[in-house]
Design a protein around this ligand. Structure first.
Ligand code: NAD
Length: 477
């Protein structure tokens, strides 16, 4: 049922050159799923050579033919949706229904970028003389390196692979060592679709060793990272040393503002479903719930009722509504956040503790009366913990929403068009969802501001991220 663990270098599935490996665990049981090979220095050198060679082949392939290979890979992922979803749930923990949606989106993202790559338009700029032709041409930036985390092992690699390949770049991807099987399955679909050797390479290892080596190589022209703010800043500094372009999709701490003119029960239903998706391990997870004082009690009561009613269990079981956390570190982090908030005077309205003896389950948690200095209100919780706070005025809540260094996603619920426009304008965030939480689509730009990073994935911006603009002026046209 699980993937065969291997790396993919220059069109071949390989084990690590020096025999190093690590265990991959099922977070629902703690049991081993297999051993993942690590790349040796020689493996990384081969992947860099392959990416250089692959870039020449792929940029020389016309956009129409590139799209055909990518669309075929997307179709193979769709054909294998059930099998890949099981791999995803086994290694990450999220419930199968969510894994299926993620694998479907993975195929959608690849398909969309396959098409968009055919529209990497430049432009003609009128010259100052009749015989001068001026052109701005789009070209692929070159071989790229990408580093992806464990929480969305399908769509995060897909965004980077699809953007790079759609633009005509080659790529070396280091997917998360904790959830490698899904990315292996995606790469397998590309290999089976006929992607030329070297265009897409997959390696694993000690994250910092791999990223330092790849980013330091003159072969790599651009990097893309999704993960935590401290690691993003570290990688961005290395990229700056080589003057390499970078896309940084980092953490968030999304405010959710619930105004006085909405039905607090209906909004709590939407908000709680969003909060506990993937056990809260989502960078755009709704996290700081600011509810107008007139709606606060009803909203908190309904949210608490939902949290208490959710059935935790192995994601492979159809009855499970929330799976485990992806690793033991997250359980420890949740215990710390809840303990700290309690010590500072917060009330634990639901959950607040570990669940069961096997695996990494943590109960859906609701915290009320949370003081502003609680760590959960200042550091990204990345888990199933929902702090709910009352507010009185628009200005007060906007100040609170914008108070943190993060700026990834923000949400607001209101029936007033005037308030909707005002909040979307005032909030410091790369993405804003008004009256719903659906802000991540293949065709829309996804990215943050402030400490949440820079650059975009998805939308035309996600293709642009892998393109350079070359200006050509020609006399004698
Ligand atoms: P972490 O900061 O150690 O790692 C985050 C991710 O970066 C992991 O996938 C890891 O493999 C990778 N990584 C770490 N060091 C790296 C390096 N030097 N080079 C390349 N990749 C590197 O933390 P963690 O315990 O895995 O996750 C904890 C925090 O990370 C969460 O609380 C959350 O804030 C953040 N996170 C964010 C996202 C996101 O989607 N933005 C995803 C996963 C984790």
């Amino acid at each position: 049922m699980y993937e065969t663990l291997a790396m993919f270098i220059d069109g071949r599935w390989v084990q690590g050159g020096d025999g190093r490996s690590e265990e991959v665990l099922n977070p629902a049981t703690g049991a081993s799923l297999g051993r993942l090979p690590h790349a040796s220095r020689a493996d990384l050198d081969r992947s860099l050579d392959a990416a250089r060679k692959g870039f020449k082949i792929w940029r020389g392939t016309n956009a129409y033919d590139r799209a055909k290979v990518m669309r075929k890979a997307a179709q193979l992922i769709r054909d294998r949706q059930e099998q890949i979803s099981q791999i995803l749930t086994l290694e990450e923990g999220k419930i199968l229904a969510e894994a299926r949606l993620e694998v479907g989106s993975t195929a959608d993202i690849i398909e969309w970028m396959a098409e968009e790559g055919r529209r990497a338009y430049g432009r003609i700029i009128p010259g100052r003389a009749a015989n001068i032709r001026q052109m701005a041409i789009k070209e692929p930036i070159g071989p790229c390196a990408a580093f992806t985390p464990w929480n969305f092992p399908g769509i995060t690699p897909a965004r980077k692979i699809a953007g790079a390949l759609g633009a005509g770049c080659s790529l070396i991807i280091k997917a998360s060592e904790e959830t490698p099987g899904t990315c292996i399955a995606i790469v397998r679909a590309f290999a089976d679709a006929g992607l030329p050797a070297g265009v897409l390479n997959l390696v694993f290892g000690v994250p910092n060793d791999i990223s330092t080596y790849l980013i330091g190589s003159p072969v790599i022209r651009k990097i893309s990272f999704t993960g935590s703010v401290p690691v993003g800043k570290h990688l961005a500094k290395m990229a700056a040393e080589g003057m390499k372009r970078a896309t940084m999709e980092l953490g968030g701490h999304s405010p959710v503002i619930v105004f006085d003119d909405v039905d607090p029960v209906k909004v709590a239903d939407v908000a709680a479903a969003g909060k506990y998706r993937n056990a809260g391990q989502v960078c755009i997870s709704p996290t700081r719930f600011f509810v107008h004082e007139s709606n606060y009690k009803k909203f908190a009561e309904r949210f608490t009722e939902i949290a208490k009613g959710l059935k935790l269990g192995n994601g492979l079981e159809a009855s499970s509504q929330m799976g485990p956390m992806a690793n033991e570190r997250r359980v420890g982090a949740m215990e710390m956040f809840v303990g700290d908030a309690k010590a500072k005077g917060a009330n634990v309205a639901a959950g607040g503790e570990r669940h069961g003896n096997a695996g990494y389950f943590f109960r859906p948690t609701v915290l009320t009366d949370v003081p502003g200095d609680a760590r959960v209100l200042n550091e990204e919780p990345f888990g199933p913990v929902a702090p709910i706070m009352p507010f009185k005025t628009f200005d007060e809540v906007i100040e609170k929403a914008n108070a943190l260094p993060f700026g990834l996603a923000a949400y607001a619920f209101t029936n007033s068009t005037k308030t909707a426009t005002a909040v979307a304008d005032a909030v410091e965030s790369g993405m804003v969802g008004v009256n719903h939480l659906g802000i991540s689509m293949p065709e829309t730009p996804f990215g943050g501001i402030k400490d949440s990073g820079y650059g975009h994935e998805g939308g035309i911006e996600g293709l642009e991220a892998y393109l350079i603009t070359k200006f050509v002026t020609q006399l004698g046209a």
